[in-house]
Design a protein around this ligand. Structure first.
Ligand code: SF4
Length: 367
């Protein structure tokens, strides 16, 4: 059966460009509460995911209007499911029938995001962009409350946050956010080494990272901390590894997520690399650094390697094997620390030429 009249193709809401891979894996609904990054100075990033554009908070009314549009898309998809004979169920057959009838839906990001979210149970929301909790807490509470009122199936609401922003919030505000329904924050730690934090212009010290992380954990909000093996090059490798583990030990986050460093287009670090002013770690050097860091860890959360830039090597048949598993839950510490260290050791026993090289990752960019 073909659908002849539907307003679905005309419905859209604002979405930012990125979200953590784990939020894609759980098909989170993307709600943009602020645009771009309020900092834009980190030397490895420079706000490039947001096209270096200026930060802007969105009004609560605008965000609520987007949530209303999501609700309208949901209602329309469910209605069409009934029309198609699927009794309101959201499944692959409904998706295929909708695309067949309204081909432009294939390129409609709002429809695709809402359909996948409904299909996966409409459980998780990710609040965009880079530091959405920089908006005043009462406004965040109002937005989260509205989301939960509109979509009672939600059981997880997450966001990116800068450690400096958390550092400046008082604990009561974080408690209010948790009570409203904010359940997980993703923070870019990158390194726990003060010299390197200053060098990369992160705008936050190791101590501020620790206090911010503890504040999040203390409020009962789940915490993902992102780290960047290789960020300090050869000269700072050891201090980067040891001090990053040290900061993580003091925070004890729920998740540590590894994002090995690659200089990317649009950042000063790629210019520095091209002028031979920046040395990148070889695959074995990167593994040695990861070994020191993992060995120093004394935490009870999970360590995850859920990004393609983590160490990968080719087999004789040219298949690419990731040394460490790439799922979003990774390895539980301390129980699986030995497993991770053994795998790193295994990698050190594999000829370095077989690994993807720093140049390969530069070529692949941020894919
Ligand atoms: S805070 Fe995040 S988004 Fe902003 S420049 Fe730094 S790494 Fe990039």
């Amino acid at each position: 059966m073909l659908i002849h009249h539907s307003k679905l193709a005309e419905l859209s809401f604002e979405m930012g460009p990125i979200r953590p891979p784990s939020e894609g894996g759980s098909y989170s609904l993307l709600i943009r509460v602020a645009r771009n990054c309020p900092w834009n100075h980190c030397a490895f990033c420079y706000g490039r995911p947001y096209n270096h554009e200026k930060f802007k908070k969105r009004s609560v009314d605008d965000v609520k209007a987007d949530i209303d549009t999501v609700s309208a898309i949901c209602d329309e998809i469910k209605k069409l499911s009934w029309d198609l004979g699927y009794a309101g169920d959201i499944n692959n057959a409904v998706g295929a029938a909708l695309i067949r009838s309204i081909p432009q839906l294939n390129n409609n990001h709002s429809f695709v995001n809402v359909f996948n979210w409904l299909h996966s149970g409409a459980r998780t929301v990710f609040l965009q962009d880079a530091d959405s909790i920089v908006i005043p807490t009462p406004q965040s509470v109002e937005i989260i409350g509205y989301l939960k009122e509109k979509f009672p199936t939600l059981n997880r609401i997450t966001s990116y946050a800068r450690a400096k922003t958390i550092f400046k919030k008082n604990p009561e505000e974080l408690e209010q956010l948790r009570q409203a329904g904010l359940s997980r924050l993703h923070i870019g730690l990158e390194t726990g080494d003060d010299e390197l934090l200053w060098k990369i212009k992160k705008g936050v010290t190791a101590e501020e990272h620790i206090l911010a992380g503890r504040k999040v954990m203390g409020a009962g909000i789940e915490l993902s901390e992102y780290i960047m093996p290789g960020l300090g090059g050869r000269t700072m490798s050891k201090q980067h590894a040891v001090n990053t583990a040290n900061v993580l030990n003091k925070i004890n986050p729920d998740f540590i997520r590894s994002r090995p460093f690659t200089p990317l287009p649009g950042t000063p670090l790629l210019d520095a690399y091209e002028k031979n002013e920046l040395e990148l770690l070889s695959p074995h050097e990167c593994l040695e650094e990861m070994k020191i860091m993992v060995d120093e860890l004394d935490v009870t959360g999970r360590i995850c390697f859920d990004h393609f830039r983590n160490p990968a090597y080719r087999t004789g048949t040219e298949n690419l094997i990731h040394l460490l598993k790439q799922d979003y839950d990774g390895y539980k510490l301390p129980e699986e620390k030995g497993v991770v260290l053994d795998l790193i050791e295994e990698g050190l026993g594999i000829s370095e030429e077989r690994f993807l090289q720093p140049e390969d990752f530069i070529r692949l960019g941020s894919l």
